[in-house]
Design a binder for this molecule. Structure first.
Ligand code: THU
Length: 134
């Protein structure tokens, strides 16, 4: 699967001197563009950024439209397909289209496919701008 190969490439760029747990993400757009993301850690551990958020923040920063996302593949070297953390699920829910494929994988090629609503049921969504801070 091409997107899994792309996620594996991204994984090799992870900066993980603390956990040594490398994660890669590859987002495929309608026109075939692929945007990569990897986890980037910090000695102040809480500042570390996961691969999923790296990829999505990079996509937005580069001027791509999240509405054009077809799929997002995430991979790590684990016994089972990688499970995104809660923070990433919220960010994925905000930016991925409803029908976008989320493919979770391990480096052996074991995969699990789902949508954002399956990954984060009852997500926090702002239906309108709240302007009632009186
Ligand atoms: N991590 C990710 O990048 N994505 C996930 O889905 C799970 C966890 C990272 C965060 C940290 O750099 C390392 O994996 C260990 O938690």
């Amino acid at each position: 699967m091409k997107s899994l190969e792309e996620a594996k490439k991204a994984r090799l760029r992870a900066y993980t001197p603390y956990s040594k747990f490398k994660v890669g993400a590859a987002i495929l757009l309608k026109d075939g563009t692929v945007v990569h993301g990897a986890n980037v850690e910090n000695s102040s551990y809480g500042l570390s950024n996961c691969a999923e958020r790296s990829a999505l923040f990079s996509l937005v920063s580069q001027g791509y439209d999240p509405k054009d996302i077809v799929s997002m593949t995430v991979v790590a070297n684990d016994t089972k397909p990688v499970s995104p953390c809660g923070a990433c699920r919220q960010v994925m829910h905000e930016l991925l289209p409803k029908e976008a494929k989320i493919i979770l994988a391990n480096t052996d090629g074991k995969t699990l496919e789902m949508t954002k609503d399956a990954l984060l049921p009852y997500a926090f969504v702002m239906d309108e701008v709240h302007d009632d801070e009186r």
